[in-house]
Design a protein around this ligand. Structure first.
Ligand code: HEM
Length: 526
């Protein structure tokens, strides 16, 4: 009896091991070898057990202080795609601009991969994961609010938030106070998303953590997402379940860390739900209270137009999505611009002159406060150099080096590449943005390249906001925020480099600085 039990358990262990070996090693290796033999030098392959390209990022970070160093030095005439293992599957990443275009135009042939419990739970009903008619409806609805003409109405709020955050920097009477370039910009971008969505300041939306601390929902959201990405490092049972069951893994044999994480995610959503319900009650009683913010637009659609397709769940998931998609990315773009301005003082001076020239036509005052007050939406469009500085920052250090991995829901051909149902597909924008055949001296920060048509730009070579029907819905907002922050800073501070800190570029939730304390601010008198 004991012998039979022993052999049964041993049998199960050996079988599990063999299945694991097949899924993690043999299957992806065989597929990658087949892809290499079929497409030759058009494809470069990478294999690291279980980790795929993540291991290459890590090695590059350690060796070259840049997770994507290899991508910047990979350019070959015939190369069109990368192929690598993605957990137990195979992923093709398109590099060739025309293949990238075709991939993004055929968006219906793919669905976004659920990469972690938090992402699925928090964003599952939002625009980012919706497909087909659901996505079209959501994109149309949100698209109205993100239209340039609508977004410009939020400029006064963005100005106010920028003034509050950057105006309150305490330099402690010294110019040697290190400034975390990205972090400080993210204070602005997170508050902007909150205010344009909920119409009030984020100070009030706090929850109590499992350790009993009060924390802003927005902060807990990012922390929970990061923890969910790292859960497999500490919880090997969760990892094993994921390999076999993928997104269904949390439904069975839930581990303690999975349960704790789930409780945190539920608390985040509950806090948002409370705000939404309260506002719904107010508007149901008195519709004239309606204001210009996303939440009110949703609720009006539900109350007055009896739109039954919109649910509370969808509203919550879209707030969380916009927060996630719009905060770190825009903060990173602007923080990167600040860094490049600090190490390029001449360009910084030219950018300041451009702003002063524009604003001094509106006010005789030299006081930065009045100059900034006079700054309006019309000025944004004419600040050419500032626009080019942001574009050049996005080219060199794009917050998104690639798009969310997608799973093919059908067999499909992209160019000559045959994608099988179940394969994972993505596109790495960073490859073209650092190609010296497309951008001369690609490692040099040169905003002028965008101003005088030095390079023949092709719409598919520079795609930091992605492209096609599922491109970034928030790109106008991001650029307005970026310019507004830079205008405030350039009017008030000289940006100096922190030469004690090394530049380390890491691909984490977004691609950016590993250590952010890269600049100093020195108050200027105009
Ligand atoms: C510099 C800042 C930004 C960058 C670089 C950026 C980049 C991107 C990229 C690459 C995508 C495509 C993702 C994919 O298909 O997998 C995307 C989509 C998206 N972005 Fe942005 N983004 C930025 C700012 C924003 C802002 C400010 C918002 C809103 C507050 C936003 C909301 C979205 C949404 C909702 C989508 C999904 C659109 C859809 O699937 O239809 N983004 N963004």
């Amino acid at each position: 009896m004991i012998g039979t039990l022993f052999y049964s358990i041993l049998g199960i262990i050996i079988l599990t091991f063999l299945v694991l070996l097949y899924k993690l090693v043999f299957y992806p290796k065989l597929r990658l070898a087949a892809i290499k033999s079929k497409y030759g030098d058009k494809v470069k392959t990478y294999f690291y057990v279980g980790e795929g390209l993540l291991a290459e990022y890590r090695n590059n970070l350690l060796k070259y202080n840049d997770s994507v160093y290899f991508m910047r030095n990979l350019h070959q005439k015939n190369l069109k795609a990368l192929a690598f293992n993605f957990s137990t599957k195979v992923c093709i990443s398109f590099l060739d601009p025309m293949l990238i275009k075709q991939f993004h135009q055929n968006h219906d042939a793919f669905k976004k991969v659920d990469v972690s419990m938090a992402i699925t739970y928090l964003f599952g009903d939002s625009i980012i994961f919706a497909r087909g008619k659901q996505w079209q409806r959501q994109r149309q609805f949100l698209g109205k609010s993100f239209h340039f003409e609508e977004i410009k109405n939020y400029l006064p709020q963005i100005k106010q938030i920028s003034e509050n955050v950057f105006g309150n920097i305490n330099l402690n009477g010294s110019e040697n106070e290190e400034i975390c370039a990205v972090q400080i910009c993210q204070k602005v971008t997170s508050e902007v998303v909150f205010q344009i969505f909920f119409g009030s300041t984020s100070q009030n939306l706090v929850i109590t953590t499992q350790k009993g601390h009060q924390i802003k929902v927005a902060e807990e959201l990012i922390s929970a997402i990061v923890d969910s990405m790292q859960i497999f490092e500490t919880d090997k049972i969760a990892l094993l379940k994921w390999i076999f069951l993928e997104k269904n893994s949390t439904k069975y044999f839930t581990t303690k860390s999975e349960k704790q994480l789930k409780d945190r995610l539920i608390a985040i959503k509950q806090a948002c739900l409370n705000v939404i319900k309260k506002r719904n009650d107010q508007l149901s009683q008195d519709i004239s209270l309606v204001k210009q913010n996303f939440l009110d637009l949703y609720l009006i659609e539900m109350i007055t137009n009896q739109n039954t397709q919109i649910t509370y769940e969808e509203i919550i998931d879209n707030y969380l999505t916009l927060f996630f998609a719009g905060t770190d990315t825009t903060g990173n773009m602007t923080g990167v611009a600040l860094y490049y301005l600090s190490v390029n003082p001449q360009i910084q001076e030219q950018a300041r002159d451009e702003i002063l020239q524009k604003l001094s036509q509106k006010t005789a005052s030299k006081d930065p406060k009045y100059l900034f007050d006079s700054f309006s939406f019309d000025d944004l469009a004419s600040l050419n150099l500032l626009n080019s500085i942001l574009k050049e920052s996005l080219r060199l250090i794009p917050p998104a080096i690639d798009v969310f991995p997608r799973e093919a829901v059908q067999d499909i051909k992209i160019g000559e590449f045959e994608i099988k149902k179940g394969d994972i597909v993505t596109s790495h924008f960073i490859y073209n943005q650092s190609n010296n055949e497309i951008f001369s001296n690609p490692d040099i920060f040169d905003p002028q390249r965008w101003m005088n048509g030095k390079e023949q730009q092709n719409a598919y070579n520079f795609t930091p906001f992605s492209l096609g029907p599922r491109n970034c819905i928030g790109q106008h907002l991001a650029m307005i925020e970026g310019k507004c922050m830079l205008v405030y800073i350039l009017l008030n501070y000289q940006i100096l480099p922190n030469t004690n800190q090394q530049l380390i570029r890491e691909n984490n939730l977004v691609y950016g600085f590993k250590k952010d304390n890269l600049i100093f601010f020195k108050k200027i008198i105009l």
